[in-house]
Ligand binder design. Structure first.
Ligand code: NAY
Length: 286
């Protein structure tokens, strides 16, 4: 189970190394397998490539010796930047890469395929492709996902879609690949169909909860899995009102992790976000 690591910013909205360390310190104590660095949860769509390169360096130095598996997300709107991030991640000793599909224009299936083919060939690192219609504007066809998983160096997929039938069909066609599910609030449902793990935003704060959900699913204890998943659902329901990332940062502030705001234009949707987060975090866990 991997936290899609969040990013520490200063009050003025600059990348803030100390605040990044504050987040890292907390997340590294959650008992997770590793970190997914520079993804959507890290506000990568709002950061510059230089900031993402600096964050990669900081996280690898901070996590050194902790036994944490590090996946660098390198999916940028253009292939050049993605390759630049991927090559640095390889040099720094990241264990794997992942990337959003090209997402700034309505790209064709062949453009998406060519993007992943070039990225997979740019380093020797294993690559995890990504299905996330919420970010790309369209679900990738099953046949394209099957082809992408056949590419050399591609070891698996981060699947962030509610289409669990397509998920199952893809697993059936690519049984040797790794499947990480990306919607935290329904992880157990995908887990029931079979996952190698999950990668998510709320794991930053509730990592231990997701480790427990995953264990319950694997043990076949569906009653416990459901009860634990409900805790995550209450939390995500509150986040959907505050805005997911701004609300997560409010929740971090509530528990004393100084992480700063989100980068504009991303902003809190409500004025009393910290009070809401305090209330939902005070509810008894299972
Ligand atoms: C990342 O950094 O790429 C992700 O974390 C993707 C996974 C998240 N999905 C989206 C659409 O952002 O963790 C989820 C999501 O925030 C959570 O399930 C709440 O809906």
């Amino acid at each position: 189970m991997y936290a899609a690591l969040m990013t520490g910013l200063s009050d003025a909205g600059e990348f803030d190394p100390q605040r990044q360390r504050n987040i890292n310190d907390y997340v590294l104590r959650q008992g997770l397998a590793g970190l997914y660095v520079g993804g959507s949860s890290g506000e990568s769509g709002l950061l510059t490539v230089d900031e993402l390169l600096a964050q990669q360096e900081l996280v690898v130095a901070h996590a050194a010796g902790s036994g944490t598996t590090l996946i660098a997300h390198v999916g940028m709107p253009n292939l050049r930047d993605s390759v630049r991030l991927a090559r640095q991640a390889e040099k720094l000793g990241y264990h794997a890469l992942s990337a959003l599909p090209p997402h700034s224009y309505p790209f064709s299936d062949e453009e998406v395929f060519a993007y992943y083919q070039a990225l997979a060939a740019a380093t020797d690192l294993p690559l995890i492709v990504y299905e996330i219609p919420l970010r790309t504007g369209r679900p990738l066809p099953l046949a394209l996902l099957v082809r992408l998983l056949d590419l050399a160096n591609v070891v698996g997929i981060k699947y962030t879609s509610t289409d669990l039938f397509k998920y199952s069909l893809l697993r059936k066609r690519q049984p040797q690949k790794l499947f990480y599910y990306g919607f935290d609030e329904i992880y157990a449902a995908a887990g029931m169909l079979g996952t190698e793990g999950g990668i998510g935003t709320t794991y930053n704060l509730l990592g231990k909860l997701y480790v427990a959900v995953d264990r319950a699913v694997r043990a076949g204890d569906l009653g416990r899995a459901r009860a634990l998943q409900m805790v995550s659902q209450d939390f995500v329901e509150a986040l959907l009102e505050t805005g997911v990332l701004p609300g997560m940062k409010a929740a971090f502030r509530v528990i004393g992790v100084d992480c700063g705001p989100t980068r504009a234009p991303m902003a809190l949707a409500v004025a009393d976000a910290e009070a809401r987060m305090r209330e939902v975090l005070a509810r008894p866990a299972v």
